[in-house]
Design a protein around this ligand. Structure first.
Ligand SMILES: Cc1ncc(COP(=O)(O)O)c(C=O)c1O
Length: 345
């Protein structure tokens, strides 16, 4: 039985081309700035995002953390969505290590922060208030079902933040999914941001790695913080080589993952009792089980039938499409989910 793993696009394995590039990578000591493959990856990332510079990190979590550290001071306040990855899943690093207050405001279901809420959340300059210094947006939005923020919205939110002297960070772990869905270059989506992080090891299939891009001063500070948190790597060109293949060959095919996610959503909607998110703009499908079916039992039962899903608490589940799941696998996963739910009713 083929296991169909829909837990996350992070389960994608490196391609043969990536493995060859890794084996043959020209390397050096990157802490001395002497790894030519890392340097090439950072240059390509900066060029693709139309920013001055970039720094290679081990993970999206590290990229977001050093982006916060390099743009805030202890006691500052950062504004993030209530569903943001930075808030939910990064072990509170921004507060624990950066000493910043994380001020959450509600995310709309399509991943935005209402401009009025944002305006209210920005602190006035008053002796009682911590300074608001950074706004974090997320694109695509993981907990909001792969929602996409478009250029117009980002410009409006960033414009407001900048008028109040906040800097703007975009957690773009899946920024290329957003770019492919909107049919715009990723650089357009980050042109109003001061910093952007994006991942190589999600839909782009590289084994490890993420980049932070921004102006040169900011990247110099971020690089120093990367070292502080133990992220200074040595012959990291072995990893960067796979990242170069990812950026050169893996972006356009994300459209296929988006098509498969829509197929999956359409199929799930036909299964009695399942409630499926209306909008599936990229590769993430959120759905919930009928109240009579226990989420804990379902997840065990469906995984014994060879379909892996991410439980999101209670009746809620997440399925993510990626390179290692074909449209035939989607059909097969749907019939297994259907059979599983019939057996549990
Ligand atoms: C939106 C978003 N940001 C950041 C991350 C963190 O990436 P990593 O798992 O590489 O630390 C993820 C991971 O899923 C994510 O979905």
């Amino acid at each position: 039985m083929k296991v169909i793993d829909l837990r996350s696009d992070t389960v994608t394995l490196p391609t043969d081309e990536m493995r060859r590039a890794m084996a043959e990578a020209e390397v050096g000591d990157d802490v001395y700035g002497e790894d030519p493959t890392v340097n090439a990856l950072e240059e390509l990332a900066a060029e693709m995002m139309q920013k001055e510079a970039a720094v290679f990190t081990v993970s999206g979590t590290m990229s977001n953390l050093i982006s916060v550290l390099a743009q805030t001071r202890r006691g500052d306040e950062i504004i993030v969505g209530s569903e943001a990855h930075v808030f939910w899943y990064e072990v509170g690093g921004a507060s624990a290590l950066g000493g910043v207050i994380v001020h959450t405001i509600p995310n709309t279901t399509d991943g935005r922060l209402e401009i009025e809420d944002l305006e209210k959340a920005i602190r006035s300059k008053n002796i009682h208030n911590p300074p608001s210094t950074l706004l974090c947006l997320e694109n695509t939005h993981n907990r909001c079902g792969g929602a996409v923020l478009d250029v117009k919205y980002i410009s409006a939110a960033a414009g407001l933040a900048h008028r109040h002297s906040l800097r703007v960070h975009i957690d773009g772990a899946r920024i290329f999914n957003a770019a492919v869905a909107l049919k715009v270059p990723a650089s357009e989506l980050v042109k109003d941001a001061d910093s952007v992080s994006f991942c190589l090891s999600k839909g782009l299939s590289a084994p490890v790695g993420s980049l932070v891009c921004g102006d040169r001063d900011f990247i110099d500070r971020a690089r120093k913080y990367r070292k502080m948190v133990g992220g200074g790597m040595r012959q990291a060109g072995v990893l960067a080589a796979a990242g170069l293949v990812a950026l050169r060959t893996m972006i356009d095919r994300l459209a296929e993952d988006h098509r498969n996610a829509r197929l999956l959503a359409e199929g799930l909607r036909l299964i009695p009792g399942l409630v499926v998110a209306d909008n599936v703009p990229t590769n993430i499908v959120l759905f919930s089980l009928p109240p009579a079916v226990s989420g804990d039992i379902f997840v065990k039962e469906i995984s014994s039938r060879g379909v892996k899903l991410s439980p999101r608490g209670g009746q809620q589940f997440r399925a993510v499409t990626h390179r290692m799941v074909t449209s035939d696998d989607i059909d097969e996963a749907l019939s297994r989910v259907d059979a599983c739910l019939r057996s549990l009713r």
